[in-house]
Design a protein around this ligand. Structure first.
Ligand code: ATP
Length: 368
């Protein structure tokens, strides 16, 4: 790749306006430190766009994103959108349109941060476009309907192709880590749906003999995750189980501010933190930018692998080191992590360490 990376920025709502610029700042610092060329395209989305243009997802957004390698999407405060036609929740549309079928959600503890458990380092790979999510599991209408005033039916979609795709992504990820994969389902009750998901995972296990494979029923796993999260490396599961379990995992390592995520598909990936737009803390410069910064770091890592761009891989590594060093130093942490720093100060500290680490390595010093 010669012309560098084409990346999009979509700020989103509420704390998105604060944490996304910090992620861009840190990515820019890493790009400078590693010689990676990035061309940014900012695209409007969300509540402010509704006020300006009458829609939360302006015409042409999908086409413009299609031309990019990937993008950063800030959190979307869709629950507070008015109930009017232009006020759609954009992120399920993006996930579906670009077939971003794997939602990759790490949970990692740090010894210097308050955490329910220490030595946690796991990744939940959640199927992103099927399951019970009514806004994604049909092409028109909704996967929920109400035949009478007193009855609601929610449809859950599981396909062999969707299950197999996400399972392969999880096996591949496990291969790059501690080579353990746990498949979470409930085929004791959902004999056909979870049964099909588990069958597709099992079928792939033979192709990955180097990956230790186990299946666990979701309720048992929810308990074990709380008691001994250190036992798990990569976890793969269906959409709604993954949504719930990844928030649980975030709670074990410091809360939603510590929960980055990447939605990845065949040609694109979208950095989107697990947290929502947190309107309760928006506008106060106290939101933790870690999740958004590390989501962007995951995007660079993905681009490094899929676009054969070693400078993107180096930039991702530089960000990870700078984040680790900032957390270890405890000198620029937001209040949710027990510090007093602002969002901007934490972003500045990480960006400075990205540059400082690169300079130290260039002069043969210890980058930390
Ligand atoms: P959604 O359903 O849209 O994902 P949610 O119900 O999970 O949203 P969030 O908006 O993610 O809710 O936030 C829940 C709470 O977690 C917030 O009220 C806020 O206090 C805290 N929180 C979320 N993100 C952060 C962050 N980046 N920094 C600090 N606190 C956060």
């Amino acid at each position: 790749m010669s012309g560098g990376l084409q990346l999009g920025v979509l700020l989103g709502d509420d704390i998105g306006l604060e944490v996304v610029p910090e992620a861009v700042k840190v990515v820019d610092a890493a790009a400078r430190a590693t010689g990676l060329a990035i061309v940014w395209t900012e695209l409007p989305i969300g509540r402010r766009t509704l006020d300006d243009l009458g829609t939360t997802l302006p015409d042409g957004t999908l086409e413009r994103l299609d031309a990019l390698d990937g993008w950063i999407l800030g959190p979307i405060g869709h629950r507070e959108y008015p109930k009017i036609p232009g006020a759609v929740n954009p992120h399920p549309i993006l996930r579906k349109h670009f077939d971003l079928f794997a939602n990759i959600r790490p949970a990692k503890s740090y010894p210097t941060l308050p955490s329910v458990h220490q030595n946690v380092d796991l990744v939940i790979v959640r199927e992103n476009n099927e399951g019970f999510q009514p806004d994604r599991n049909v092409v028109a209408g909704s996967g929920e309907f109400r035949p009478t005033n007193d009855v609601t039916i929610s449809v859950r979609v599981i396909t062999r192709a969707g299950s197999s795709k996400v399972a392969r992504a999880a096996f591949e990820l496990a291969r790059t880590r501690r080579k353990q994969l746990a498949v979470i389902h409930k085929d004791t009750v959902f004999k056909l749906g979870c049964g099909m998901f588990a069958e597709e995972c099992r079928a792939l296990a033979a192709e990955y003999p180097d990956v230790a494979y186990e299946e666990i029923i979701v309720d048992t796993f929810a308990m074990r995750l709380v008691m001994k999260p250190q036992a798990y490396d990569v976890i793969v599961t269906t959409n709604m189980f993954g949504d719930i379990l990844s928030d649980e995992a975030a709670g074990l390592v410091g809360g939603l501010g510590m929960a980055p995520a990447l939605s990845a598909g065949p040609r694109h990936a979208m950095a989107q933190a697990t947290h929502g737009s947190a309107p309760d803390i928006a506008g106060r410069n106290i939101a933790n930018p870690y999740a958004m910064i590390m989501s962007a770091q995951m995007l660079l890592g993905w681009l490094g692998r899929t676009k054969s761009e070693p400078r993107a891989t180096a930039a991702a590594r530089a960000i990870e080191r700078a984040v680790d060093a900032t957390i270890a130093a405890r000198d620029a942490l937001t209040p949710d992590l027990g510090g007093t720093a602002t969002t901007v100060a934490m972003g500045d500290a990480i960006a400075a360490r990205v540059c400082g680490g690169a300079a130290a390595r260039a002069s043969g010093g210890d980058a930390g």
